[in-house]
Design a protein around this ligand. Structure first.
Ligand SMILES: Nc1ncnc2c1ncn2[C@@H]1O[C@H](COP(=O)(O)OP(=O)(O)OP(=O)(O)O)[C@@H](O)[C@H]1O
Length: 290
């Protein structure tokens, strides 16, 4: 029998834990798998549980939660033999959507039965692992405001974006992409490994989780009245066609600004210094995909 560990963030999503257990009982193939459930008790606890689970020989470790929970589990799983699976329970679910994992829990569990696995790249920013993206511009500010709010979902996210868009002051960033210097006044400066921030907002629509490269996307200073046009482009996958957008590929990125202090990774915000280094970690996580 193969061993599966479900790591549940009880603070994420609406389904009660009991409902999830019965969904697992109904949808997991019990002729292949035996399972255990662990609950996170505090932020980042998922990292410790996942690391221990991989050391204890669990074949698949399932992150049940939003992008923050997925990030916690990945931080404990990378470069181990265990594979990540996701039951998306957040509101944005960026990685799950990028990998086309069903948002329906029963379907996400059924997917695990097929055991289709790939090995994906990860990123490391300021020493911390991320999977979807890391950013220092407006996305970092939004992540901070979103973290402070106890409400979740597209409506509150859009409200925060609309409120702070107008007062955001773009910075002139010093960037190095594999040693090539770039200087740009930017609204968004995101290093993407996967396609989207969540909610189908595709900041790097062609990002490939297996190409060993980041997509560096810069949204330059633009007339704020055009915010909706840029958002529409992000939702329909054409953001790179905007004249306000620059796009590079690279493995090793350095970002500097004397006032740099906030870095978002997979939607969670961290304090940082005036220089951040972001390094590709190629082929370092096994993941269950459709
Ligand atoms: N038991 C817990 N108590 C408090 N915080 C937790 C707990 N378990 C996990 N966390 C933290 O909660 C944060 C947010 O989790 P996650 O992104 O999964 O949910 P969410 O905020 O509901 O999703 P979304 O951001 O998509 O709305 C993560 O950074 C994680 O470390």
């Amino acid at each position: 029998m193969k061993k599966i560990l479900f790591i549940i963030n009880p603070k994420s999503g609406m389904d009660r834990v009991k409902a999830l257990k019965s969904l697992i009982d109904q949808n997991l193939d019990h002729s292949i798998f035996e399972y255990k459930i662990a609950h996170t008790e505090y932020a980042k606890h998922g990292t410790e549980i996942a690391r221990q689970g991989a050391a204890d020989g669990f074949h698949i470790i399932v992150a049940v939660g939003g992008d923050g929970s997925v990030n916690d589990v990945i931080a404990g799983l990378h470069n181990t033999n265990a594979a990540l699976a996701i039951i998306p329970k957040g509101s944005g679910n960026g990685l799950a959507r990028s990998m086309k994992i069903p948002l329906d829990s029963a379907k996400a569990i059924q997917l695990i039965n097929k055991e289709k696995k790939i090995t994906i790249d990860l990123g490391k920013a300021d020493g911390k692992i991320f999977v979807s993206n890391a950013g220092v511009g407006f996305d970092a500010l939004v992540a901070r405001k979103f973290a402070k709010s106890n409400r979740r979902g597209m409506a509150i996210y859009s409200w925060i974006v609309t409120k702070y868009l107008w007062m955001y002051k773009e910075k002139v960033w010093q960037i190095e992409v594999d040693g090539t210097p770039i200087k740009e006044k930017a609204f968004i400066l995101t290093v993407a490994n996967a396609a989207q921030f969540g909610y189908n907002f595709k900041i790097a629509p062609h990002a490939d989780l297996q190409d060993g490269l980041f997509d560096i996307v810069i949204i330059k200073k633009y007339p704020k009245i055009l915010g909706a046009v840029i958002a529409i482009r992000a939702f329909n996958g054409s953001i790179l066609k905007s004249k306000y957008v620059l796009h590079f590929k690279g493995r090793s990125i350095t970002i500097r600004h004397p006032e740099l202090s906030l870095l978002q990774m997979d939607g969670d915000v961290y304090k940082c210094g005036t220089e951040v280094k972001i390094e590709m970690q190629p082929a370092s996580l096994h993941v269950i995909i459709p």
